[in-house]
Structure formats: C-alpha cells, structure tokens
Design a protein around this ligand. Structure first.
Ligand code: ADP
Length: 582
C-alpha cells in the first residue's frame, strides 16, 4: 500500500531505463510483434546499433558484404513465406544498392521491406550537404509498391504496420521505409511507445472472386477443344498447392509451369506439357493463366509463339491485380481474387459433369512430348570431352532427383536456359531464378535467403559471369555455415570464352574472363570446401559429398569454353550483334 501523500510510482520509482524507450527499440518491437524474426542487411551509420539490438532481442541478423545481395535474400524469404522479407541498409549508397533488389522484388511480386537509415531531413531538404545526403524517399518511390518515412517515434508502429500491409496485400511487392538517424535515437515514454505498436490483422485478406466471373471462365473451358493451364510464380507464391492440383487433375487439362512454378506439381506429372511447350502454346485454343503475366517471357501472348496463324485464343486469367487484365491481349474471362479462392471456385464450377479435353488433343500433346523427351535423352546421353552444359546438367539432374527437397537457385545465360529445362523440380517453391527481368546477380543472395529461411540444403547452379555479381557472399555463406553448394559453370567468359579482340590489341574481348580460373579456391579462403570437376563423374561425386556434408561448398565445373550461345536463348534481343554481323 502507498503511504499517505506518496503515490505508488514515487514509492517504487521505475528505473530510468524502463520509463522511456527509443526509436531503435520500437522498430524491433514492432517487427517482433508482427512475427518477423530475421533481418538481412549490412551495418554502418546510422543503423549499426539497430542490428546489434535486434540480435540482442532475439532476432536473427544476417550480415552481407553488399546490400543488393541482402535485399535479394530478403525478397526470396518473402516469396517463400508470404511474410515480407526485411533488408536493412545504411543511407545513400547502401540504400541505392538495396534499391536494385527492392525494384527486382516489386517487378517479381515478392513482398519485401527495405529499411534504410537516412540523414537529417532539414539538411537534406535544404541540400546543405550532409554525410551521405540523399532524398531517399523520393528516390525509392518509382521502384517500390509503396514508400513511407517515419519522423516521430510514436509513429513507428504505424509505419511498420503500413509497410507490412503494403508489401503483402493484393499484388505483393517491395516497400521502402525511411528511418532518419534522429528518429532512431528519439526517446518517448515506454508505455506510450508500446501502446503505439500495431499487430497487423489479416495482412493479406482473401479476395473472393465474383461468381459470374467464375461462371464465364468455366464456359470458356467447357467450349474449348484444346485447353491449356499455364501456372506462374504467382500460383506458387499463393501456397494454394492442393487446390491447383485438384483443378489440374479434375479438369484433365494439360498444364505448363513457368520456371519458378516448376514443382508446384512434380515435373514428372503426366499432365505436364513442359516438354511440348512450343506445341501447346501455338496449338491451344483456350488458355487459363494462373498467376502468370503475358509479358516478354510469354511473348506478350502474341505472334508465332502463340500460333497467330491458328486464329485468336481465348484467355482466362486468374490474378489478384485487376489492372493486369488486357495488358497485352484481350482477356475473355478475367477472374480477380486471390489464387486460392479463385481456384477453389473454379474447381467447384467444374461440377461433376465437366468433360475431359478431347482425346485428339491429349494424344497430340503426349506424342509431341514423348518425341521431344526422346530427343533430349539422346542429347543428354552424350559424353563429350571437355564436358558441356548438357553432360554437366545430366549429372546434377540425377543427383537432385534423389533429393526433391533441395532448393535450387539458377542464373546465367546458357546455364539458366539449359538447367531450367533439364533439372526437374518435384516440390513447390524450391526453384529460385532470374525471374521477370531475366537478370543476373541474384545468385548468392537468393541462395542465402533460401538456406536461412528453410534451414535446408541449397544448390546454386551458376554461370561464371552470373556468379561474379555476388561471389563475395561466399564469405557470408561460410560465416553462417550455411548448407549451400554453389556450382560454377566455368567456360572462361560471358556466354563462352573463345571470343578474340578483333583489333589485335592487348585487351581481351569484352566477353572473356581469366582462363582456367579456380573459383573453388575462393571458398577455401573462408574455410569452405572447394572442388574442381572436369567430368560428369567428378561433378556427381563432388555434389553428393557436398550435400552429405551440408557444408559451404563450391564446385568449379569446367565446361568446354566454346560451348554456349550468345545471350543464351535471347539472341533476338541483341540488336547490336545482328548489325555487327552484317
Ligand atoms: P511468371 O513470371 O511465373 O509468369 P509473373 O510474376 O509474371 O509470373 O506473374 C505473377 C502474377 O501473380 C502477378 O500478376 C501477380 O499479380 C499474381 N499474384 C501474385 N500473388 C497472387 C495471389 N496470392 N493471388 C492471385 N494472384 C497473385
């Protein structure tokens, strides 16, 4: 009981430290309150203490050597979990490095929040020249789904809640959150601070499709003679695996997975039309797009790829973003909503009397598929010396077949193109690659993000050029002792290593690297295990050993330096080389 005239607080004074809290603690408390337990980042002014405190408060802080890789790790964590991945950077240049990953996340519809420290607003706005001065909020806006700045400690809860909701609701994407240095040090009453935090309720609400839209889509399918289902990475992201399988199997329609949707149903599924891709795209008369955009990866839904000569197709498009509809061609039946709810409604709409697609169509797809599989098997059976892309990938494919749980990261030009079609996937959300932009540089960031998020083995299949963009993160992989095996397809250059300088000058050609580089020695510098493999047998045994050990490993896979085509399968996007060849 309090003595007369003295209230309880005066009698038992709360220690100073407990009466107030500050911006640092409120950011961490707000993230934790929303079940976010990992930060990917790179420390420096003004966020070093934020990282330290996060770790002290039980969060994981994974420190990188370059912010772009930290951002890519956060993005892939977001894709895997449907919770925004967090990337923490310093101001100006660190922020800009992270911004590349944020833009890539937004383009790919991955939920991610880039949190960057920033300089004093007053100095930035008057352009008076501060340490790392930059108007980061406005720089981020064009590349992010949303961008916010918090100026007062009591608004941190709102800022984090808005960032989380913006990242994961509707079409997911990248969000920028600007935290000025002054904010982090601001102190406020501890109780008021705790009360200002928000636990986000139903961050990505279900969006149920309209019944008439579902009916319209079912009508298109009922009338189709040559239907096709096309699954994109939006379908994989949605984690509606059972509903999607039910739609595919109940309708009996052949399906085609985009590269990151591989494994949503096992690539060995009898309805998979992957091996007859060109045939089904050209010949189908009705296509159901589920979480896939008709962008360049699908030739914009037009032209020869889509069998323009065979007449227009009818498209059903299932997507959460209404503005995606009609982006390239007319969509006969848009179904707007979250993929789980939409696919569930479509399955119900099939009813019990939905006719299987005509046998003529299914037989034609099967025939083309078997022919192509036989052709591929013959190519893969060859054993050239030196090893080429096909014989090396055959070795990797055979090992990965025995471990369907392994996460696969894949980037490069030829290394990406060949691996995508040769390496089968068996489980959803296990393949992470160059994505919507078709970029290089995601390799080690995605590998670390996937290893940290899943706690399981990653195999990163990398072109030697692609690997160079993030190779220093081998140190990060070793520092955290992550089960990542990186395989570098080493053909001495970008595309291949045989180009020569036509002027006869002393510089090598623009596409050429140091000959016979030993990438395996790089990982040894940090205590990891390096292997050199010059034959498929050596590659098999190195990969088996790496997976069994679960240790950081790099295999330098030596490929014929003349193997590889310019820009892989994207030669048509190279106007210069066409002009030079004239
Ligand atoms: P891919 O490259 O595999 O073809 P895209 O990235 O082009 O796939 O397309 C993904 C699509 O999925 C985007 O249009 C996005 O709006 C949509 N999407 C993402 N998540 C969901 C979801 N939960 N429900 C419905 N649509 C979604």
């Amino acid at each position: 009981m309090a003595e007369a005239g003295i209230n309880e607080a005066q009698q038992n004074p709360v220690p100073e430290a407990q009466q107030t809290t500050d911006g640092f603690h409120l950011v961490i408390d707000a993230l934790k309150l929303n079940d976010i337990d990992t930060i990917f980042g790179l420390v420096g002014i003004p966020i070093t203490d934020l990282a330290r405190l996060a770790q002290a408060e039980g969060m994981r802080f994974i420190g990188f050597r370059h912010e772009q890789n930290a951002g890519n790790a956060a993005a892939v964590a977001g894709y895997m979990t449907k919770k925004p991945g967090i990337c923490l950077t310093v101001s100006a240049p660190g922020f800009l490095n992270g911004l590349t990953a944020l833009a890539n996340a937004t383009t790919n519809c991955f939920p991610m929040i880039l949190i960057s420290g920033s300089s004093e607003r007053e100095i930035v706005d008057l352009q008076q020249g501060d340490y790392e001065e930059m108007d980061q909020l406005n720089a981020a806006k064009p590349y992010a789904k949303a961008a916010y700045r918090v100026l007062h400690a009591e608004d941190i809860g709102v800022g984090i809640a808005r960032a989380i909701r913006a990242a994961v609701s509707g079409r997911p994407g990248g969000v920028y959150l600007d935290l000025p240095a002054k904010l982090l040090a601001q102190t406020i009453d501890a109780v008021k601070g705790q009360q200002s935090l928000i636990k986000v309720v139903d961050a990505a609400p279900r969006q149920i499709p309209a019944p008439d839209a579902v009916q319209r889509a079912i009508e298109v399918l009922r009338n189709a003679k040559r239907p096709l289902i096309l699954l994109g990475k939006g379908a994989a992201y949605a984690q509606a695996d059972a509903q999607i399988r039910e739609l595919v199997e109940k309708s009996g329609i052949p399906y085609l997975p985009m590269s990151m949707a591989k494994g949503l149903l096992p690539d060995t599924h009898e309805q998979s039309a992957s091996a007859a891709r060109s045939f089904v795209l050209a010949e189908s008369d009705a296509v159901v797009l589920i979480g896939a955009r008709l962008n360049w990866l699908l030739s914009h839904g037009k032209g020869k790829t889509w069998g323009a000569a065979a007449g227009p197709k009818k498209f059903v498009q299932v997507d959460i973003a209404p503005t995606e509809i009609d982006s390239n061609v007319a969509i006969e039946a848009p179904v707007i909503g979250d993929i789980g709810s939409c696919v569930e409604a479509l399955v119900a709409g099939l009813g019990t009397d939905f006719p299987k697609p005509p046998a003529e169509w299914l037989d034609a797809v099967a025939e083309r598929k078997n022919k192509n599989l036989e052709k591929m098997a013959a190519t893969l059976a060859k054993n050239p010396s030196p090893m080429n892309f096909h014989s090396a990938l055959r070795a990797i494919r055979d090992v990965l077949k025995t471990r369907p749980d392994i996460n696969v990261v894949n980037e490069g030009a030829n290394t990406l193109d060949y691996a995508r079609s040769i390496i089968d996937m068996y489980q959803p959300r296990k393949r992470f690659d160059s994505g919507t932009w078709g970029i290089m540089g995601i390799g080690m960031g995605f590998a670390i993000g996937a290893a940290v998020t899943s706690g399981t083995q990653v195999v990163a299949i990398e072109g030697d050029s692609a690997f160079g963009f993030s190779g220093m993160e081998l140190e990060t992989i070793c520092r955290y002792n992550l089960p990542v095996c990186t395989i570098v397809f080493n053909n001495n250059g970008v595309y291949r290593g045989t180009d020569v300088n036509p002027s006869g000058g002393c510089d090598v050609a623009p596409t050429v690297f140091v000959k016979n580089a030993r990438y395996d020695k790089m990982i040894e510098a940090f205590g990891g295990i390096g292997h050199q493999a010059t034959t498929p047998e050596e590659l098999t045994s190195a990969l088996l050993e790496a997976i069994a050990s679960g240790k950081p490993t790099l295999i330098n896979a030596v490929i014929d330096e003349s193997a590889g085509t310019e820009s892989g399968r994207l030669t048509n996007l190279n106007p210069q080389s066409a002009a030079m060849k004239k």
